[in-house]
Design a protein around this ligand. Sequence first.
Ligand SMILES: Nc1ncnc2c1ncn2[C@@H]1O[C@H](COP(=O)(O)OP(=O)(O)O)[C@@H](O)[C@H]1O
Ligand SMILES: N[C@@H](CC(=O)OP(=O)(O)O)C(=O)O
Length: 426
Amino acid sequence: MQNPNSLKVYKFGGASVKDAAAIRNLVRVVQEQGAGSSLLIVVSAMGKTTNALEEVFQLAHAGQDYTAVLHRLVEFHRSVAQELLPEQAGEVPGRTPQEPGLNQLLEQLGDRLATLTPGDFDKQYDQVVSFGELLATRIVAGALDAQWLDCRLLVRTDHAWREGRVDWPTTERTLTATVLPLLAQGPIVTQGFIGGTASGLTTTLGREGSDYTAAILAYCLRAESVTIWKDVAGLLNADPKIFADTVRYPEISYQETIEMAYYGASVIHPKTIKPLAVRQIPLYVKSFLDPVAEGTKIHDCRHGLLAPAFIRKVNQCLVSFESKDFAFISEENLEVIFGALAQVRLKINLMQNSAISFSICTDFSAYRLDKLLATLRDQFTIHYNTDLALYTIKNYDAASIRQLTNGRELLLEQRTRQTFQFVCRG
Ligand SMILES: Nc1ncnc2c1ncn2[C@@H]1O[C@H](COP(=O)(O)OP(=O)(O)O)[C@@H](O)[C@H]1O
Ligand SMILES: N[C@@H](CC(=O)OP(=O)(O)O)C(=O)O
């Protein structure tokens, strides 16, 4: 069943709302590209605000002075609001008495930080770091003169702090009842990245999770399409900030994209594709700098051989486990290792085993690695290397492997028919 309103979901990330000029550009894109459509607009925190909020939160949680960082954040949002809506003198009021205005949100953020308690790090993180999206959407909704909705009341999650798991039936029911009737009144702006629990607490969906929010909303509302507006020409075969001579895929299948995102292509959050594929909703990746350009269409399509895709994941750690008594690594050993990894929430990006050793490549987290070592040290001899990179070439050929491995010392390598991966320094 297609939405009778032909709903389009637009998602604007941090780069597209990084300052007042960027938000003016967003307004142009929405007015020119979205004219005539029902629009639900998902917005992330401005620029690097989420990083700044993480810093402020960590300082406050550790009982250290956070006032300077908080002050910079507050002034930044006020100055952008003032520049865009001078007649409102830096305040962007809510459209209804229940809706918080910009100053009210800034006050709430200050209160949250002042009342943090020791412990419950991840839970309190979500209550604070979510403010980036709340503030940004209040400003963007003001600039667009659009309706503002609080996504914490729309996307229901469990209590898995910092990686909330969506309660799909409740979310679908709530969105259908809330959003569909409002669409006729004009565009709606809401937050990416955040959701809420049944008990009214805020959760976040994982860093860079706003793309995922767009997919959740599109799935539940059976949208016609999703467009994520980026600072690149579309989905390219590599990150142009890292690799030279990239090429754009004009169209690509859900499956190819989900694999690229899984291997670390940071342009799309890995969880974004599945809900869209299930309901066959096309995902467009387009440039907010050149909105009329074609971009990339991700959908259920067949295509010929694609240009090899290059993906680099940095800050990797290679951990190897050896049994202490020269015994072979057994299924029982693996069960213990996997159990401990799941418990400390370390995800395996690559794994390999030999007779008496089992190795994994994972994102480095000193905190989680320490917990892992503490759990498994008695049973295994554990070695690890940090500051590594994991490279993946999808749809590789001999030339692309030569190009990427040339001059590098490979610490671990693996290949399947489509994918070549290796871990090296730096
Ligand atoms: N395969 C790829 N194609 C295009 N961009 C990529 C790719 N891999 C990584 N990127 C990076 O993704 C960035 C855009 O994603 P992101 O920074 O998450 O945007 P936003 O936060 O604004 O949503 C680009 O600037 C680019 O550096
Ligand atoms: N603001 C959040 C969520 C997000 O998705 O941001 P962006 O769309 O800018 O990647 C983060 O930085 O993690």
